[in-house]
Design a protein around this ligand. Sequence first.
Ligand SMILES: NC(=O)c1ccc[n+]([C@@H]2O[C@H](COP(=O)([O-])OP(=O)(O)OC[C@H]3O[C@@H](n4cnc5c(N)ncnc54)[C@H](O)[C@@H]3O)[C@@H](O)[C@H]2O)c1
Length: 322
Amino acid sequence: MILVTGGAGYIGSHTNKALHSAGYDTLVLDNLSKGYENFVKWGEFVNCDFGSYDDLKNLFNSYDIEGVIHFAAFSSVGESVKQPAKYLKNNFKNTLNLLKVMKKFEVNKFIFSSTAAVYGNPEFTPIPENHPLKPINPYGQSKLNVERALEKSDLNYVSLRYFNAAGCDFDLEIGEAHVPETHLIPLILDAAIGKRDSISIFGDDYNTQDGTCIRDYVHVNDLADAHIKAYEYLQDDNSSNIFNLGNGNGFSVKEVINTCKKITGIDFNVEISPRRDGDPDILIADFNKIKSSLNWNPKYDLDTIVESAWNWHKKINNDVCI
Ligand SMILES: NC(=O)c1ccc[n+]([C@@H]2O[C@H](COP(=O)([O-])OP(=O)(O)OC[C@H]3O[C@@H](n4cnc5c(N)ncnc54)[C@H](O)[C@@H]3O)[C@@H](O)[C@H]2O)c1
């Protein structure tokens, strides 16, 4: 079976569902610090912290684990700036702990959730994997530290550097529910549904066509599909690799807001606020490497991303709890 750490969270739960549809057995490990037990609707669930060597050892003793897909981490850039030690511990040191247990049990297939934040402020865009790696916040640094540790290990691994994950399960069984929410599309949809008075655009004087930052949004089901392809790539004895995961298309904040207005049919207030530190003008993935190596192609466009997110948003705002 495959161990899915962080499988009660957003991307992990969608990947867990996709793994089951593809016929894999999974064991989902999550300490529910950010995730939801009722997002684990497939496979077995264990409430466990991957920073505990003894708990992991017991787990690897009790289950026949053949590979690990590692989503568990903290992922708020702003929080990482305020509490760098928390990110170094959970994202980097705890991952070293997981790698140590994997080595002890001779489990050597590992898929790692990395991030475009390892590139920092890009020197050019679209960004290929061999772009210089200069993270500008502790979150990006913690992920780069793991990538460096993987390079030195004898594991067979694939690091997937996601750009902006977005959208939700089309069956609405699971979705996106970060607390606090920091991602653009759910924040905009909060304004559409009336949970916030307006949506703030942080800066409209960037070097882009409409002055707002441009990002690359990739549907979470496309991400899930890439994890399965990456796992199968390792099963076929291919060597370790690193791939970008993005759509290859950039959309400005204003374009995303307009798409949300179009899909929801709701006109809501938009405010311009001052720039935030460390937001690059444009982040777009060059995903040619994963396209040619794993035959992965993103299927879903921005309209579909927003529509799926909106359907989920309406559902969770009608339910008392998720
Ligand atoms: N969401 C994005 O756009 C994005 C972009 C780039 C990279 N990533 C990476 O993808 C991964 C998943 O992101 P997400 O958006 O699904 O986040 P998420 O917070 O929804 O999921 C992470 C899960 O890990 C669990 N977790 C955290 N620390 C743990 C620990 N010590 N032990 C056990 N469980 C623990 C949390 O409870 C949560 O369920 C993360 O590694 C993140 O850094 C996300």
